[in-house]
Design a protein. Structure first.
Length: 54
């Protein structure tokens, strides 16, 4: 699914529910859940090649 199709899904859902959520909101939810999970770390999840743990 491309970006515009996903935005259309969000528009339909928001219209049906009377909400104003965005795809960007999902980033925050994911980051919050990762930060609260003791078995997950953001570094382990993203694995950026240019960042090394200290």
């Amino acid at each position: 699914m491309n970006y515009e199709a996903m935005r259309a899904v969000f528009r339909r859902i928001n219209a049906a529910l009377g909400t104003n959520h965005t795809m960007h909101d999902l980033r925050h939810v994911a980051a919050l859940r990762i930060s609260r999970d003791k078995d997950l770390t953001l570094l382990a999840t993203c694995r950026p090649s240019s960042v090394t743990p200290t």
